[in-house]
Design a protein around this ligand. Structure first.
Ligand code: FE2
Length: 236
């Protein structure tokens, strides 16, 4: 047994503080343990229509593919920006999406003051109620390199997730949940803090970017994972 039976979380965090950044085995074991005791995720629809945009990486500055996408979808209640969206992309987005409908998290390539400079709602590290839905946010990715960009060690992400309010309906992040089998590149390992939040809260839906891949899956507690790239219209 890897963890002390009485207080596995506290014991884990003491051990995690000493882990090297790429030590994945102990995190995986810890998250497996959490999954076994996870609360069932809420299953009722949130009644929210979402436009989600992720990882445009300056592409919109060269070709506006967003405008034709918007012509093909219905009305939306909120626009979620999932990070790795440059100022050049934002200039295009703000021409066709009302600023007050936007809520965002930064990606690992974003300047830390990007959202503040554009007067956009930042979801990171908190839970905000928007259109009657409690939305939790976590920015950035696993810290796979140096630099003053939004990135975290696994331990830092766990500390953040434990401090955030646990009552939420929807989780919005840049990175995906921790998954050591997702290829050898550390940038795509995901964050243990995101896994923790999903398994400790009763969030029913998790929307993220970062992987440049569009798919839907289910977590062990029944929560829905929606990976967005580069645009999605979602009724959740
Ligand atoms: Fe990213």
């Amino acid at each position: 047994m890897l963890f002390h039976k009485k207080d596995p979380e506290a014991d884990f965090l003491r051990r995690a503080a000493r882990f090297p950044a790429n030590e994945t085995e102990a995190y995986a074991a810890y998250l497996d343990e959490l999954a076994r005791t996870a609360e069932a995720a809420r299953q009722d629809p949130l009644g929210l229509r979402v436009l989600a945009i992720a990882d445009t990486h300056k592409d919109l500055a060269f070709r506006d593919t967003l405008s034709p996408f918007l012509e093909g979808i219905g009305a939306y209640d909120i626009c979620l920006l999932l990070g790795d969206i440059t100022q050049y992309d934002l200039d295009v987005i703000l021409r066709c999406v009302p600023r007050e409908k936007i809520a965002a998290v930064l990606g690992n390539h974003d300047e830390p003051d990007l959202l503040w400079a554009n007067r956009l709602t930042d979801l990171h590290g908190k839970v905000r109620e928007i259109a009657g839905v409690r939305i939790a946010g976590i920015e950035g990715s696993f810290r796979y390199k140096e630099g003053a960009y939004p990135m975290m060690t696994q331990y830092e992400s766990l500390e953040l997730a434990r401090k955030m309010p646990q009552e939420a309906d929807l989780l919005v992040t840049h990175d995906a949940a921790f998954n050591p089998s997702r290829g050898i590149h550390l940038a795509h390992r995901g964050l243990a803090g995101i896994s923790y939040y999903l398994l400790r809260s009763r969030v029913g839906v998790h929307i993220h970017g970062h992987l440049h891949s569009e798919y839907r899956r289910q977590y062990p507690n029944g929560a829905q994972e929606i990976s967005v790239y580069p645009f999605a219209y979602l009724e959740i």
